[in-house]
Design a binder for this molecule. Structure first.
Ligand code: E4P
Length: 221
């Protein structure tokens, strides 16, 4: 399973990349707003310098021609830019065109398996089902991941399932068990994947025993 970080904060991206397990980055307009980004293209360029893997940059146009114009521009920022396109009719049409032009796409705001099926038929590189936002409205986000994986496997679609809107480690565990290709998550969730109290307690005991051994006298035999 590939790990993407879901943020526009450069320090967080650098920290996750330095861990050695980061494969890519996803951003969206709300994440850009959190950072107060004014120079969108410049900011995406900085992210692409930190992470050599796929970096999703979202378009804000909602009409076919506007999406194409914006997408073609951001695709030129760096080789690893993935154009993030909303799952609307004009977005699907644009994804089809981007696919024909060899531009990678991340089809975002997916909340149903029928949407995911259409995105795959258009040739999207990634489909982003939003697990957390479905859970928020008492729907089961993980069921959607399972349905999409099954449908894509059945027909051999190459579109990668990118589990998005991940809120906690169990979302990662269940996405991995369901066969999602990628999980995108905030830095705190990536860090939580490593934490375990028994690891901490075990390490503390090993180190204190080692310390005590250094002060101990040599046994007689
Ligand atoms: C995906 O690419 C989105 O940026 C993201 O996962 C949305 O997550 P949220 O529901 O926590 O805003």
């Amino acid at each position: 399973m590939k790990f993407f970080i879901d943020t526009a904060v450069l320090d967080e991206i650098q920290e996750a990349y330095d861990m050695g397990v980061l494969d890519g980055v996803t951003t969206n307009p709300s994440l850009m707003k959190k950072v107060g980004v004014k120079d969108f293209h410049g900011h995406i360029a900085k992210i692409c310098e930190i992470v050599p893997g796929p970096v999703s940059a979202e378009v804000t146009a909602t009409d076919y021609q506007g999406i194409l114009d914006e997408g073609r521009e951001v695709a030129q920022i760096a080789d690893n830019v993935v154009v993030k396109v909303p799952l609307i009719l004009d977005g699907i049409k644009a994804i089809k065109t981007f696919t024909e032009e060899g531009i990678d796409t991340n089809c975002t705001l997916c909340f149903s398996s029928t949407q995911a099926l259409v995105a795959a038929k258009a040739g999207a590189t990634y489909i982003s089902p939003f697990i957390g936002r479905l859970d928020d409205i008492s729907s089961n986000g993980m069921d959607l991941i399972r349905q999409i994986v099954q449908i894509y496997d059945t027909y051999g679609y190459e579109t990668e399932v990118l589990a998005a809107s991940i809120r906690h480690p169990m979302h990662v565990v269940e996405s991995a068990m369901a066969g999602a290709d990628v999980g995108t998550m905030p830095l705190d969730v990536i860090k939580k994947l490593i934490d375990h109290p028994l690891t901490d307690a075990g390490l503390a005991k090993f180190l204190s025993d080692w310390e005590a051994l250094q002060g101990a006298e040599e046994p007689a035999n």
